[in-house]
Design a protein around this ligand. Structure first.
Ligand SMILES: [Fe+2]
Length: 158
């Protein structure tokens, strides 16, 4: 780990960096999935969904940057290359053969729900480890992911 004057023990920082890198991989994967949906969606809802999926991508990119820079603030290496993310992500691969808006909403909704569940668990992991700032970061991400998931499910008529 690199130098930092942040007054958290090295073991706590090491654990936080590992958790943050797990979620960084998921967030980068999910940001790409949002663009995949943005580019490939077709059908009568195209205009609305094309824009909505780009908004999700922008939101997720914001989380990516926050997570990555928390890693480096804590003295870690943010592992954000495509090759690393492909190995580290725990999200299922996004289907490449779908075009229908509802199919994209379903695929993205499943990914957002899985990512959101992990983030919510990480809030408690970080709080218990004694890093309330990383817990707070994940709390903000969780709230935003919940909101985007609500929009996805509302489009699905749920
Ligand atoms: Fe675009």
């Amino acid at each position: 780990m690199t130098f930092t004057r942040i007054d958290l023990g090295a073991n706590v920082r090491k654990d936080m960096i590992e958790i943050l890198n797990q979620r960084l991989a998921g967030a980068i994967d999910l940001a790409g999935q949002c663009k995949q949906a943005h580019w490939n969606v077709k059908g009568p809802q195209f205009a609305a969904l094309h824009l909505l999926f780009d908004t999700f991508h922008a939101n997720m990119n914001g989380h990516v940057d926050e997570i990555a820079e928390r890693i480096t603030a804590l003295g870690g290496v943010a592992r954000g290359t495509v090759a690393t993310v492909a190995k580290a992500t725990d999200l299922p691969g996004y289907p490449e053969d779908i075009t229908d808006g509802q199919a994209h909403l379903k695929a993205l909704g499943d990914a957002f729900a899985k990512f959101g569940k992990s983030v919510r668990a990480n809030i408690d992991d970080c709080d218990k480890a004694g890093d309330k700032d990383t817990a707070d970061l994940f709390t903000g991400v969780s709230r935003a992911v919940d909101k985007d998931l609500w929009m996805i499910d509302a489009h699905l008529g749920k």
